[in-house]
Design a binder for this molecule. Sequence first.
Ligand SMILES: NC(=O)c1ccc[n+]([C@@H]2O[C@H](COP(=O)([O-])OP(=O)(O)OC[C@H]3O[C@@H](n4cnc5c(N)ncnc54)[C@H](OP(=O)(O)O)[C@@H]3O)[C@@H](O)[C@H]2O)c1
Length: 249
Amino acid sequence: MNFGIIGVGAIGGTIAKKLAKAGHSVKVANSRGKDVVMEFAGEIGAEASDLTEISQDVDVLIVSIPYGAISSLPKDIFENLDDDAIVIDTGNYYPEVRNENIEDFGNGEVESIWFSDKINRPVVKAFNTLLAYSLAELGKPSGDENRLAMQISGDDENQKKIVTGLIDECGFDSYDCGTLSESWTMQPSSAGYCCDYTLDELTEVKKKSVQTPESVAENRAYFYNNFAELANNDFSHENVIRLNRKYNV
Ligand SMILES: NC(=O)c1ccc[n+]([C@@H]2O[C@H](COP(=O)([O-])OP(=O)(O)OC[C@H]3O[C@@H](n4cnc5c(N)ncnc54)[C@H](OP(=O)(O)O)[C@@H]3O)[C@@H](O)[C@H]2O)c1
């Protein structure tokens, strides 16, 4: 398949590497032009692209940049896409850490609905519920009993099926959270978010969860305002997963 990936950071760069390694044709771009991504693209077997070309002739466009940068993307990126191309949103909104304050999210807007409305296209939300380290280092072959699961949502079942196949190629199982309007259940601080669970573990946690959109928002605010104290300044992967498992229920 042909992929365009906007953002070559911890998430977009890792997905690009995995998909190129799996034999797909991958173009990558950031905000600073083709020359800047040339070296990285060469290293992973991808093609460097400008934003103006990133969506031409691709089957899947993956957007992996902070939500605060979405509004600055040239509109023709999405207008140039084929009608049946899939758009994947990997985003998480953390105003304190990496995004400007986006007022709609304060009013309870579901993040990927906001994104889909901005680009005027259907969206599949995926690749946002594993930490960058887990995505890069903890993938396993299908059938491995310790294989981790990531969450996915979207309105088009066929698109979700294709994205589930890509997730599998990247080394993970998928847990279907439902439609895009239900994707608040996989936003930051939701049940099982960034917890490194297997599919069985994640299914159990989701089944038991009594979260609401409001309680997820409260949990996120509490967790991030108190993160350093809760972590006792130990930001190791193991400690972050331990805390996520405790709070994201
Ligand atoms: N890190 C995690 O553990 C994690 C886990 C799950 C989901 N996520 C989410 O996935 C998204 C990407 O996260 P990340 O950790 O990969 O971020 P990152 O490492 O900071 O990388 C962000 C990438 O986006 C590019 N970018 C920024 N503004 C851009 C613009 N206007 N146009 C085009 N490219 C732009 C950056 O390149 P230039 O600035 O050079 O353009 C960079 O390549 C975020 O929404 C994040 O919340 C992150």
